[in-house]
Design a protein around this ligand. Structure first.
Ligand SMILES: Cc1cc2nc3c(=O)[nH]c(=O)nc-3n(C[C@H](O)[C@H](O)[C@H](O)COP(=O)(O)OP(=O)(O)OC[C@H]3O[C@@H](n4cnc5c(N)ncnc54)[C@H](O)[C@@H]3O)c2cc1C
Length: 225
């Protein structure tokens, strides 16, 4: 989880993650202040109801607590996850790569395909990667043998939303001042003074075309304010 822009408080709200690792796996507790009473409250990790980019703070308790500190519990023994995409190449060098090497590789991959926040405005991944049933996956695979996928459980398969959006021809397309980032179609960028309506309309058009082509409903990873 390197090079994910944002502050500590949001990491515990969003359950940020990348390359198969989510921050919930290292969160020990979350210190908060209750907005209504001003009283401190400590949430243990198992009280945070973590899910994919989700937590109790985004649902049941939305807006009710301000995160003031997060206690992360890190392992002194490196636990490496190299199952995702280009990271698998690190295995080819033999032996277990050092944490610093993995971090450098993650940053290099991210810099090659994600827009720099200081140069091009975006919210990162706009949609969550949908988790579908094996039947739905098989239907897609029947006509798209190359569909990338990650097995989540016996009955559930995750399909990259970027692939679905790309298959619908959205890469690089613009709508008003908003655009689908040409190097990573899961990211909507503010190309030229995009209005909120430009972003909302573009996201709706993308959702509609993925639904029509694949019968999959994308849900937003971003929070609308
Ligand atoms: C180029 C790019 C790449 C990205 N890549 C990734 C990625 O790989 N993985 C990933 O998970 N995300 C990714 N993101 C999304 C983003 O980095 C995360 O969502 C991050 O957590 C946002 O942090 P922030 O401080 O900007 O929070 P904001 O976006 O400002 O806030 C997020 C939510 O948390 C709430 N919040 C923030 N701080 C607090 C607090 N202290 N107490 C209570 N509520 C709070 C806000 O009200 C809001 O609802 C990416 C974004 C960009 C621009």
């Amino acid at each position: 989880m390197s090079y994910i822009p944002g502050e500590v408080g949001a990491s515990a709200i969003q359950n940020i993650g990348a390359y198969g690792v989510e921050v919930e796996s290292i969160i020990h507790e979350v210190d908060t202040i209750e907005v209504a009473t001003g009283q401190p409250r400590v949430f243990q990790a198992n009280e945070c109801e973590y899910g994919y980019r989700d937590s109790i703070f985004k649902n049941r308790l939305q807006g009710e607590y301000i995160v003031t500190a997060v206690v992360y519990r890190l392992s002194v023994i490196p636990v490496v996850h190299l199952d995702y995409g280009q990271l698998q190449e690190l295995r080819l060098h033999g032996g277990q790569p050092k944490a610093q090497e993995i971090r450098d590789a993650v940053i290099a991959i991210r810099q090659s395909k994600l827009p720099e926040p200081a140069e091009l405005g975006s919210a990162g991944s706009f949609f969550k990667n949908p988790v579908v049933s094996v039947e739905v996956f098989r239907q897609i695979a029947a006509s798209h043998a190359d569909v990338p996928h990650y097995v989540i459980s016996e009955n559930e398969i995750k399909i990259p939303a970027a692939w679905l959006i790309d298959q619908c021809g959205w890469k690089g397309k613009t709508h008003g001042g908003a655009a689908v980032y040409e190097k990573q179609p899961l990211i909507l960028v503010n190309r030229n003074h995009a209005t909120p309506a430009d972003i909302m309309e573009l996201s709706t058009l993308i959702e509609q075309s993925v639904l029509e082509k694949f019968n999959i409903s994308l849900s937003p990873e971003v929070n609308y304010i």
